[in-house]
Design a protein around this ligand. Structure first.
Ligand code: ADP
Length: 293
């Protein structure tokens, strides 16, 4: 598959701070990739390098086989940065026209407004919009030039559930039409709902780069739930909670836990074993940083 965006051994420093440290990532055509990591991990820096807002201290950044600093290359991408300052006095419709005018290939305005659920806002001045409404406009603008690829830095921050779902639909529609997406998010359910591939970043390094499922499996943490009146200490248990007559256990090895449980001779019933959410997997990955590099 064609690689649309790539970093090769990229390091970016801000003075003493190393925001990215030897990062090599590839985004291929048609992929929807989630960039996941705690605050300060280097996600925005990586996005800014891809879209040409920053340059690497060392290493190479490629966009469509060229340089992100080339305006011709940048015409094929759409961007929603983490903070967007839209001109307050302009109406939403005017801003869409203004941004679209910069691109040779333009999305249909009506379709764009419809796709991101902002048709009703077209005559409203940006200054009078709520934070969530501004965010929706800012994300829609990333798609105004019919881009081949979009970079979305925390696209749904500050949105309520309904607005978030509307944006997910818009992003999914773009992806279904062959578009390529790199997005960062703090909402882990968002990454799980949208992305097929996850790049986990911590302290400027790539900790994992795989499917959501593979990352869960890599961490291997499972939730084990059972009914018992008491439990002895079992070595395979990482953490334990007792609620409404059920034990909720977290383990790195559910097979071993069941063996230990049976051997202990304690009566139990209603055994359930579930995979963890991406959030749990992610916490385990970032807290064990160094062992997965
Ligand atoms: P994230 O998006 O994952 O929260 P960032 O890429 O914003 O992470 O930041 C990575 C690191 O680089 C952090 O330690 C942050 O403080 C630092 N950093 C980012 N931008 C700048 C800047 N313009 N000047 C100095 N330090 C910065």
């Amino acid at each position: 598959m064609t690689v649309l965006a790539r970093t090769i051994d990229v390091t970016r420093r801000y003075g003493e701070v190393t925001a990215l440290d030897g990062v090599s990532v590839e985004i291929r055509q048609g992929e929807l990739v989630g960039l996941l990591g705690p605050n300060g991990a280097g996600k925005s820096t990586l996005i800014n390098l891809f879209v040409g807002l920053r340059r690497p201290t060392s290493g190479t950044v490629e966009l469509f086989g060229g340089s992100p600093s080339d305006p011709v290359v940048r015409r094929s991408i759409g961007v929603t940065p983490q903070e967007t300052g839209l001109p307050e006095s302009l109406k939403v419709g005017e801003i869409v026209d203004f941004v679209s005018a910069h691109f040779p290939d333009r999305a249909s305005k009506d379709e764009l407004l419809e796709r991101f659920g902002i048709t009703d806002l077209v005559k409203r001045q940006v200054g009078g919009l709520s934070g969530g409404q501004k965010r929706r406009v800012a994300v829609a603008l990333a798609f105004a030039g019919n881009p081949k690829m979009v970079f979305l830095d925390e696209p749904t921050t500050g949105l309520d559930v309904e607005a978030r779902r509307a944006l997910w639909d818009g992003i999914n529609a773009f992806h279904a039409g062959g578009g390529t997406v790199l997005l960062t998010s703090h909402y882990l359910e968002e990454i799980e709902a949208l992305a097929q591939r996850v790049v986990v970043v911590g302290h400027g390094r790539v900790l994992a780069d795989d499917t959501v499922r593979a990352i869960r499996d890599m961490v291997g943490v499972r939730r084990v739930s059972l009914v018992a009146s008491s439990l002895p200490s079992l070595p395979a248990v990482l953490s334990s909670r007792f609620e409404d007559g059920r034990y909720e256990l977290v383990t790195g090895d559910s097979d071993q836990l069941v063996v230990e449980l049976v051997r202990s001779g304690v009566p139990f019933s209603g055994l359930e074993i579930r995979p963890t959410s991406l959030e749990e997997a992610f916490l385990a990955l970032t807290s064990k940083e160094g062992t997965h590099v």
